[in-house]
Design a protein around this ligand. Structure first.
Ligand code: T5A
Length: 218
């Protein structure tokens, strides 16, 4: 891992319903028990301003144009990095972020069809180049993931056609294959406990020395 911070920066990615939120809750409880200083945050919606942007983005009643969508995700991210993520890393915290720049590449790039170079430039601008040390892909068939969500309550993105979601998954898998040193892939269709065990294993393998995580596997 080339990028190093005082803390550690881990992002979780995946198609809809892959189980990231559920797994982060379980993990966070365990990190509390072993006394590991950490935060769990999400993109979009990790700050007070970001929560308002998130509501606009996910409201199915809002017709949002592709470029507006892209810029709103980046506005959320710029605030999130400056207000929360960078200060936490500077304070030596383990930061676990549910979605980050690779969501934009998968959703707005692969699925929406917006130019990848433009997305890279905006990701760079919004984050000031702050890259995760490792990204964990929760891989699941798009229909299976959507099938896990509450029927009828789908947000604006979840309501996209199934082809859109297939492109998202394909995009993620391409990104992970292209840079295997920076990505870890978990088969998110497995039972909750199996996925949790794999997630903890990845953290212990990569961050044990800095954050004394050996207790995670007990
Ligand atoms: N987006 C985001 C973009 O388009 N561009 C961007 O740049 C960014 C950052 C965000 C939306 O915005 C898009 C992507 C998204 O569409 P969100 O609500 O944050 O919206 O979206 P998700 O992160 O996808 O949240 P979800 O809740 O849909 O998915 P999770 O968190 O992966 O799944 P989770 O944990 O909520 O689990 C879903 C259900 O599955 C069950 C859970 O109990 C829950 O009911 N479950 C399992 N069931 C069986 N076996 C397992 N292993 C299970 N794991 C979980």
């Amino acid at each position: 891992m080339a990028t190093t911070y005082k803390g550690s920066f881990i992002t979780l990615e995946g198609p809809e319903g892959a189980g990231k939120t559920t797994q982060l809750k379980l993990l966070s409880r365990q990190l509390d028990q072993i006394g590991c200083k950490h935060i769990v945050t999400r993109d979009p919606g990790g700050t007070s301003l970001g929560k308002q942007i998130r509501r606009i983005l996910l409201n199915p009643e809002n017709p949002v144009m592709p470029m507006t969508e892209l810029l709103l995700y980046q506005a959320d991210r710029a605030q999130h990095v400056d207000e929360l993520i960078r200060p936490a890393l500077d304070a030596g915290t383990l930061v676990l972020c549910d979605r980050y720049i690779h969501s934009t590449i998968a959703y707005q790039g692969y699925a929406r069809g917006i130019d990848f170079d433009l997305i890279d430039k905006l990701n760079q601008m919004a984050t000031g180049g702050l890259m995760p040390e490792i990204t964990i892909l929760f891989d699941i068939d798009s229909s299976a993931g959507l099938g896990r969500l509450h029927p009828g309550g789908h947000d604006r993105l979840e309501r996209e056609a199934i082809e859109f979601h297939h492109k998202v998954r394909k995009g993620y898998n391409e990104l992970a294959k292209r840079d295997p040193e920076k990505w870890a892939v978990i088969d998110a269709s497995k039972p909750l406990s199996v996925v949790q065990e794999e997630l903890r294993g990845i953290l212990v393998d990569n961050f044990s020395q800095k954050h004394k995580l050996a207790g995670l596997l007990e």
